[in-house]
Design a protein around this ligand. Structure first.
Ligand code: CA
Length: 224
């Protein structure tokens, strides 16, 4: 899952980026409103963390533009303490949630998980396909009730595949949601990671869940 953080305070931005990356999210940071808007236009983010007071376009303007353009990406706004009017205005402009600065990182994470859960067909926070399970809160993956240890990128890739199970995912889609903007798309890195993942998730288990769709990409599903 790839997250855009639009925040002009260096310290806050790098704190959020570091923390989210530790939780296996791919993260891009924009230090002002104009760059934030440009990045949001460029890549299909899974979630945006948006500070309201920004140089250039402010958070309200960004939010309005996104929603006017029909972009439904979940947005969490960051507001100053006691700024009730800002919260109301932000929510009315289409923000999905807000956090008051300063906030506990664990709370940001819980809100991120809750928003990423929306729009999924399963209501349970634990993703489950056949006997494969992924618990985003515990970052725990099991197959046939055996614990599977994954690296950060393998985990992020599996989470993306599981959240979109049954759909064919192109390499472009995978790179856009699992890697950040530094990713070099002219490499075979995605294929390499899918193979790592297959070894851990499918080898020695039935049915196979990760499938290659020749010339297109990959899909995770229980084949009939
Ligand atoms: Ca600010």
């Amino acid at each position: 899952m790839r997250i855009l953080v639009i925040e002009d305070e260096d310290k806050v931005a790098s704190f959020i980026k570091r923390g989210l990356e530790e939780e296996r999210y791919a993260v891009d940071v924009a230090p002002d409103g104009d760059e934030g808007m440009a990045l949001a236009d460029l890549a299909p983010y899974d979630l945006i963390v948006l500070d309201l007071m920004l140089p250039g376009m402010d958070g309200f303007q960004i939010l309005k533009r996104l929603r006017d353009d029909g972009v439904a990406t979940p947005v969490i706004i960051l507001t100053a303490r006691n700024a009730v009017d800002d919260k109301i205005r932000g929510l009315d402009l289409g923000a999905d949630d807000y956090l008051t600065k300063p906030f506990a990182f664990a709370e940001l994470l819980a809100r991120v998980r809750a928003l990423l859960r929306r729009g999924q067909t399963q209501a349970s926070p634990i993703l489950k396909i056949a006997d494969l399970t992924l618990d985003p809160a515990a970052r725990r993956v099991t197959r046939a009730e055996q614990r599977i240890e994954l690296t950060a990128k393998e985990y992020a890739l599996l989470e993306y595949l599981m959240r979109h199970h049954g759909r064919v995912l192109t390499r472009t889609m995978i790179s856009e949601h699992v890697w950040d903007q530094t990713f070099d798309s002219y490499t075979n890195v995605i294929d390499v990671y899918v193979n790592y993942l297959r070894k851990k998730v499918d080898q020695g288990f039935e049915p196979k869940l990760i499938h290659t769709v020749r010339g297109v990409g990959y899909t995770l599903r229980e084949e009939p």
